[in-house]
Ligand binder design. Structure first.
Ligand SMILES: NC(=O)c1ccc[n+]([C@@H]2O[C@H](COP(=O)([O-])OP(=O)(O)OC[C@H]3O[C@@H](n4cnc5c(N)ncnc54)[C@H](OP(=O)(O)O)[C@@H]3O)[C@@H](O)[C@H]2O)c1
Length: 382
């Protein structure tokens, strides 16, 4: 019997790896300063469905719903036929995983989808037709002009008017994880000085490629340390003690799909087709949480100190920027945390005056980059 416990699958793999390399990992609080509340079963609350509940993001959905005391009157656990019949314990109750079928959305108010693009394309419209509001984690509908693409701290207005209880289904898309993490930090600065050009370089973790990629990184790390040839099933090259260009398909313009998501989604979220964005996305042998170097060019001047103040006051952002101690954000520090951490905040010496800044951003892409962002969207539906 599979049981949902405090640690998600990703956390357990992460902690196992840490244990094998550095000794037991301690449980970490979710935010840099926060409290946790629970038990949210309420008769008058919306009915929920989690599609892809057995997956990495699906398990994190349960964790976030619980952490944020999200109110619900019922919750359906949906996955593929393979998982139908498995048991999941959530907030002290036993649930049986059901196979995803068109009938599954009968009476469902909010459906949180994380089962891949093809499942979203097939079942998203079916759920909407049954009156459900779908919050989708895949890329299936992100660039559809009729579908809001939302980061609650950045563009909540994009989904205004969409609420449960109106008897009307709708689709809302969750942006790509790298886009969310980048824009959590870049947007407060953009609102102040208007970004005209943004250059992003990512350092993306194994967890972004799913549970199997994390397992392969653990396995390869052991194999390489033991002098054995690494097993390469998920990626076609050695991942442990290496890094390589993101595994997303490379397009005819030479960019890969992950890079073009950063370009196109930023423009849609900022509602600004003029902003120039370029990106280089790299997979690094980090277990969980993405890091991004972001270079910004502004229309108006913005100095380092003002930028630091703006970021310190930005919701969902924490500043870690200690030059004297050479201490800045790391993926490990933000793993399993809600907030995105920003540091290395410095004037870009290649640009005139105060019109350019470099920043370094780290965020847990499975939490703020996926499950947390989607649950925050769901909260705005209430
Ligand atoms: N991992 C991340 O950091 C991340 C971040 C942002 C967005 N996303 C997106 O979230 C989605 C899920 O990613 P993940 O990493 O959680 O993947 P995953 O660990 O591979 O989980 C996939 C989930 O989809 C379910 N599924 C597969 N085929 C299905 C079918 N035919 N019918 C119903 N359910 C089916 C699986 O159920 P079974 O267990 O029964 O196979 C499982 O619950 C993807 O679209 C991904 O792009 C992921």
């Amino acid at each position: 019997m599979a049981a949902f416990t405090r640690l998600t699958y990703h956390q357990r793999v992460h902690n196992n790896l840490l244990s094998s390399l550095t000794g037991p990992a301690a449980a970490r609080p979710r935010t840099f300063a926060t409290t946790r509340i629970r038990m949210s079963l309420q008769e008058s609350a919306p009915s929920l469905a989690v599609v892809g509940v057995t997956g990495a993001v699906g398990q994190e959905f349960l964790s976030v719903l619980s952490d944020r005391d999200f109110p619900y009157c019922s919750i359906k656990m949906l996955a593929s036929k393979r998982s139908a019949g498995k048991h999941i314990t959530f907030q002290g109750r036993d649930y049986v995983v059901e196979e995803l079928t068109p009938d599954a959305f009968q009476g469902v108010d909010i459906a949180l989808f994380s089962a891949g693009g093809s499942i979203s394309k097939e079942f998203g419209p079916i759920a909407v037709g049954k009156g459900s509001i779908v919050v989708d984690n895949s890329s299936a509908f992100r660039m559809d002009e009729n579908v809001p693409l939302v980061i609650p701290e950045v563009n909540p207005e994009a989904m205004s008017g969409i609420k449960v209880g109106k008897g009307k289904g709708a689709l809302i898309a969750n942006p790509n994880c790298s886009t969310i993490i980048c824009l959590m930090a870049a947007t407060p600065l953009h609102q102040h000085a208007k970004v005209v050009r943004m250059v992003v370089s990512t350092y993306q973790a194994a967890s972004g490629a799913g549970a199997a990629a994390m397992e392969e990184l653990v396995l390869q790390t052991r194999e390489v340390l033991e002098g054995k040839p690494p097993t390469c099933n998920i990626f076609n090259q050695q991942y442990a003690f290496n890094l390589f260009s993101h595994n997303a398909p490379v397009l005819s313009n030479g960019y890969n799909e992950e890079e073009m998501k950063l370009v196109n989604e930023t423009r849609k979220i900022w509602n600004n087709n003029d902003v120039k964005v370029t990106a280089t996305c790299i997979r690094v042998p980090v277990m969980r949480a993405h890091a991004e170097s972001v270079n910004l060019q502004f229309e108006k001047p913005l100095d380092e100190e003002r930028a630091k103040d703006i970021l310190k006051n930005a919701p969902g952002v924490v500043v870690i920027d200690d030059r004297a101690a050479n201490r800045f954000p790391t993926p490990l520090e933000v793993s399993n945390k809600d907030d995105v951490a920003v540091g290395r905040i410095r004037r870009d010496v290649s640009q005139d005056g105060d019109t350019g800044l470099d920043i370094f951003v780290c965020g847990d892409q499975i939490r703020k980059g996926a499950a947390l962002n989607a649950v925050q969207i769901a909260e705005m539906l209430l």
